[in-house]
Every structure is written in C-alpha cells, then in structure tokens.
Design a protein around this ligand. Structure first.
Ligand code: K7E
Ligand code: CUA
Length: 663
C-alpha cells in the first residue's frame, strides 16, 4: 500500500465505519461453510506483504492450508536456513533474507489460468519469484537490475510469454556513478521496465530486454489481452519528477499517465538490433528438484531499448491524479485506471487508443513520448464512484468491481455504460480485491475477496497490532453480499484464486529416491557414513520411521563445522521427517520423502549434543533421536558412527571416563 494519507483522509477513514450491516446474515454465511472433510472450490494464493511469504487459503471457507516462504527464511520448513536453500535468497547485495511481497500472477495460456506457476514480486530488493503449483514451493528467484522498488510487478501476458516488472523508484542506472546530488533527479534518474521471458516448458525466467523510460514512478499495470494482446498498460505517478515531499510535489499536476507499451513492436526492434548491452549485476537463483539444491548465478548484462531509437513503441495517456493501477477487462477492450486522489474512474478504450495513434491525436510529447489526447482515448468515466479508487477486477459478465480505500467500499459498475450498479461496505480501508480468474480472459466469477488494511473492531484484540484480514463476498447475484471475514497472515495485497480442480490432482506426493541426485544423498542406510575433511565433518544420515542412521556419532572436535546431510528414505505421501540439533544457529530442516537437506552446525563446546526428528511421524517419533559427542580440539577420539551397536568406549585422556571428559 503506497498511499500517503492526508489528515483529511485519516478523518474520513475514522468516520467511514458504517452504522449498519456489521455482520453477514446467517443465511449468507452458510455459503462460506465447507463441512468437515469436504474440499474448498478454489485455492486462493495470497500475498503476505511484509512477511515476505505467500499464503494459500481455501475459498469459500477461508481456511489456511499453507504458508510458502518466498523472500523469507522459514523456521517451519528450513527454507533459507538449509544449505540447499540459502542460495535462493542470494542477490547482488549478498544474502537478503526478507522482502515485501505484494502481487501474485498465475501463469496463463490463451488468457486463461493453466495452473502451472505463481509469480510473486519482492518489492524492496527488486526480485521476482516463481512458485511451482505442484509442490507449493519457491522454484526460482530472479533479481531485477536498474530497479529500486519492484512494486509494479509481476504482470503476466496472456500466454505467459513474459512476466513484466517496472520500477517504483526511478534511480541512476546501475552502470552509472550514482553518487549524484538527489536534487539532480530530473537529469540523472531513469525508469526501467523489464520483460522477463518464461520458458514454456521449465518456467525458467530470463530478462529478455528492458525498456528505458523517463524518471517517473510506476505502479500497478496489466498486459493487454485478446484484441489488445501485444500491448501493456502501466500506471505512472510522479510525472512531476519530484524528489522530495512526494505527498505534495508528486500530486501537483492534474494528471499523471498511463503508459501504453507496444511490446510486439519492442520485439521487432530487438530483432532489428536496436537494443544496447548494458553491464549490470543481478542474481538468478534456481532450485533443482533432482539435486534438491539451489544454485545462485550472478549475471552481468542486460539488453536495453531506448524509446529514442524506437518510435511507435511507447505512448502516454493522461490519467487523473496519482494512478495506483490499471486493469484490463476480459475482452481486452477496456482499460480502467484508478487515481487514488481522483473523483472519477477513467476507462480507456483500446480501439480508441489505436485510432488516436493512427490519427495522431496527440497533445505534444512527454520526454519525447507522444501524449495521446485524453478524450481521444477515453471510453468514458465512472462518475462519483466513491473515495480513493485503487484496484478493479472483472466478473466476465460485463461488470467491474473497484476497491475504494478511503470510503471503505467496493463499487460494482457496468463496463458498457459505466453506470454504478451496487456498492457494499468493507471493514475497513480495502486495498486490493480479487475475483477468481478476475485478471484473465475468462473469470470464474462467483466470489470476490477484499483485502483490508484495517480490521479495528472485527476481531478479538491482540495487543498493539490487530490481525490482518480478508472478506469474502458472493457476487453470483445482482447485489454483492458479504459472507465471511477471515484473518490472513501478513498484510495481504493482491491475490489470485484458481479452481481446486486445476491443481489438486497434480500435486507432487514424493521425490523418488532413485532419482535423488543430491551429492550427499544416502539412498539406503548402508550408504550412511561420517567423513572428516579438515575441520569439516560431513554426516550422511538417513531418516525412516522411527530412527536416524547413524544415531551415535563420536570424534567431532571443538570448532568443527558439522554438515548433517539427511535423506528421508520414506516413499509415502506426507511423511516428512525433521532434523534439529541442540544449539544450531539456524532452524530445523524438514525433509520430504525421498529428499536430502543439509543442516550446518558448529561445535561450540565440548560435550554431548542430542539431535532429533521434529515432525511427529509415528508412535515412536519421540524415540527418533541420537547423540553427538564433541571432544576437545586436540583429542584422540576417533571418528565413529553407528546405529544399534555399541562400540568400545574411548576416552579423550587416559584415566578419566568419557563422562567426566565431556564436562
Ligand atoms: Cu497494496 Cu498492490 Cu502494493 Cu494497492 S498495493 S493496495
Ligand atoms: Cu521422524 Cu518424527
């Protein structure tokens, strides 16, 4: 949420609490009821905001199924703590284990959900992640160079050709000396739009090209679809190019812009060799499902198109007051733009934009980019929709739904004649809203979910901070009906929901042990061992109900770095084993059937250190444990490991027992 509230807004926010309709009527609430043992109709994949994660809820029940760590370390799964997953959080700035996650884009084919991947943005240290929807795990993270604030991201084209990212903050380019006075913004700060290609088979991301832009701030955007496929519509604010007190100085002009990008044209310029190479530095991190390990590669160049060399590639359309987003309707004809401070919602027509370009209905230029006349591009305005319009979704039946932050409501309006049909309160201060399939060519309709910024009196209070929350509405009839409140983890921004039937039958159940290509895998207890390499001790360990092999380890010395490479030998669905070591400076690791994961631990004192399985895996789970003995640095205790056999006892120094030497 990028809104800066004026005191007037704050006042109206306080007073926006409706006096009636505090709760859903019982009859409506029943529509959200999913009986015990029954499945939900939709998976809802929801941004986690400043917790850096993505969460998965059922719709209509609002039940939380899973939290997917993306730009965060997860003590639950060991993501970002295990040696295998640490590289996922590598960047050109080093290990960055947090980000601010706002937007989700589900992969599409022919403008419809295909249920393969979810893309998610890291807002703070610019990154895009790809989540595999067969494992609900993060598979890839790509850093975005020439960007600072990856808020306008990720947006997907109708065949997942690209996920697109534009910079929130314009900044000096990565290969230039950025040591410039901040008030030289207008000369030195540039914007950048990145087209990230998606490999149609593997999903792997690659920056195909960037477009250099004037130094504006980009906000939410959408790809064209159907008739407007090949175009992209970005909302921009700060066309004033202010560098201080943006609250005032970036709101000076009456209109900012929607930037229309003809990306098919950009591809032609690319083929014609118009792009220039630029030396930059950005990390590309990929998780390999065969080695169960991530690798991080530092990339060093991007190719960049400059609009000055590429006529007819970019146009700008004036748009009232600090737009926060553009949304394209299912047919691809209408582009709704929401100005946070605007009194109306302008809706542009793709057909009219094309005609305006053909007729050169321009109103001068902005930094060399033709400015299309507002009236020439306009389908019409939704008049007096409410206060603080932010985001719009579509039901596929010719209707649009816009969230109103300041007046805390959702307004339903008709695309054809822009008439307001209905309005419903939200509790409170709605940001995004989402309709299953809402951003696609074929919305699934039926439900609408509001993501709120403030919950105030809706839930039991929990100290200084109250829960975050979403609200579910039934939109199958003419009137929108509130049917459920459900708390969310983190501050939710955008979300996408997809029919359960598209995902549930293709879930990965296990990793086949025979396909495990981890260099430290033990594919059976016979392969377990302990080896020393200098001060590193590698433990090849297995886990199966209900023991760890080896479970007695001796000969580790003070200061040794011990790597526990634990392979879960199970080949049944949903039988993870966990592994935790006393005094480890990280989290547990949670190992899926057939998988190998590594916990690093440093022996910081002499003594006996128990380790155990953390996931209640069987009736004898509590017995699934072992001991590691640490001896002084100069000790002569040999490296020994075993399970189920007692080796002869060896003491560190003659005359004392093993017990006392451990003190
Ligand atoms: Cu919350 Cu999409 Cu970051 Cu609007 S943004 S609310
Ligand atoms: Cu394995 Cu508990």
């Amino acid at each position: 949420m990028v809104l800066i509230l004026t005191s007037a807004c704050l006042v109206s926010m306080q007073s926006c609490k409706p006096k009636t309709a505090q709760s859903a009527a019982g009859g409506d609430a029943a529509k959200a009821y999913v009986a015990p043992g029954k499945y939900d109709e939709f998976y809802n994949i929801v941004s986690g905001g400043f917790n850096g994660q993505v969460a998965v809820y059922g719709i209509p029940s609002g039940r939380l199924f899973r939290i997917i760590p993306v730009f965060s370390q997860s003590p639950e799964s060991g993501y970002g703590f295990s040696e295998e997953t640490k590289p996922m959080l590598n960047t050109s700035h080093g290990f960055v284990p947090w980000d601010d996650q706002h937007h989700i884009a589900l992969s599409q084919t022919k403008g419809e959900h295909d249920g393969r991947w979810a893309f998610a943005n890291g807002n703070n240290t610019p990154r895009i992640a790809r989540i595999d929807l067969t494992t609900f795990r993060t598979s890839e993270i790509l850093e975005i160079p020439n960007s600072a604030g990856n808020h306008a991201s990720p947006f997907i084209t109708e065949n997942s050709e690209y996920v697109v990212a534009a910079t929130r903050f314009s900044v000096p380019l990565d290969d230039q000396n950025g040591d410039v006075p901040i008030n030289t913004y207008k000369q030195n700060f540039k914007g950048s739009i990145s087209f990230v290609s998606v490999n149609p088979t593997s999903g792997e991301m690659n920056i195909a090209f960037q477009i250099r832009t004037p130094g504006v701030n980009f906000d939410l955007s959408r790809a064209g679809k159907g008739k407007s496929h090949g175009w992209f519509f970005f909302s921009c604010y700060n066309s004033e190019k202010a560098n201080t007190l943006l609250e005032v100085n970036a709101s000076a002009k009456d209109k900012d812009f929607v930037m229309a990008v003809n990306w098919k044209k950009a591809e032609e310029y690319l083929k014609a060799g118009k792009a220039k190479k630029q030396m930059v530095k950005y990390a590309h991190n990929v998780y390999d499902e065969k080695t169960h390990s991530a690798t991080s590669t530092m990339k060093t160049e991007v190719i960049v198109l400059d609009p000055a060399d590429c006529p007819d590639m970019l146009y700008v359309i004036p748009c009232p007051k600090s737009p926060h987003g553009t949304d394209v309707d299912p047919t691809g004809e209408y582009i709704a733009a929401s100005g946070k401070l605007a009194a109306s919602i302008p809706v542009f027509s793709f057909t009219k934009i094309q005609k305006a370009i053909a007729d050169k209905a321009f109103d001068g230029e902005y930094d060399g980019i033709p400015v299309i006349k507002y009236e020439a591009a306009l389908h019409g305005e939704v008049v007096k929709p409410g206060l603080g319009p932010l985001h719009t979704e579509f039901d596929g039946k010719g209707n649009a739904y816009t969230s109103m932050f300041v007046s805390s409501e959702i307004v339903k309006w008709r695309l054809s004649d822009l008439q307001i049909l209905d309005r419903v309160p939200t509790y409170y201060s709605i940001g995004h809203l989402s309709i299953p399939g809402g951003p696609t060519a074929k919305p699934h309709g039926k439900y609408m979910i509001a993501y709120n910024k403030i919950t105030k009196d809706r839930y039991l209070p929990t100290g200084p901070e109250l829960t975050q929350s979403a609200q579910l509405y039934d939109i199958s009839g003419e009137k929108m009906k509130l049917i459920l409140d459900f708390p969310t983890t983190g501050e939710p921004h955008y979300a996408e929901a997809i029919p359960a039937s598209m995902l549930m039958d293709k879930q990965r159940k296990i990793y086949k042990i025979e396909e495990n290509a981890h260099p430290y895998a033990s594919k059976g207890e016979g392969q377990t061992k302990v080896e020393r390499k200098g001060n590193q001790v590698h433990v090849w360990m297995t886990a199966i109900r209900s023991h760890l092999t080896p479970d007695n380890i001796e000969g580790v010395k003070l200061g040794d770095e011990v790597y526990f490479h634990v392979t879960n030998l199970e080949q049944d669905w949903d039988v993870p084993h966990g592994f935790a070591m006393k005094a480890a400076n990280n989290a547990e690791i949670l190992i899926m059937p057939g998988e190998t994961q590594t916990l690093k631990w440093v022996a910081d004192r002499v003594g006996i250190f128990p380790f155990y399985c953390t996931d209640f895996c069987s009736a004898l789970h509590q017995e699934m444990s072992g001991y590691l003995r640490v001896s002084p640095a100069g000790s002569n205790v040999a490296l020994l490991f075993s399970t189920g056999t007692n080796k002869p006892a060896v003491s560190t120094n003659a005359g004392s027992t093993a017990e006392t030497s451990a003190k």
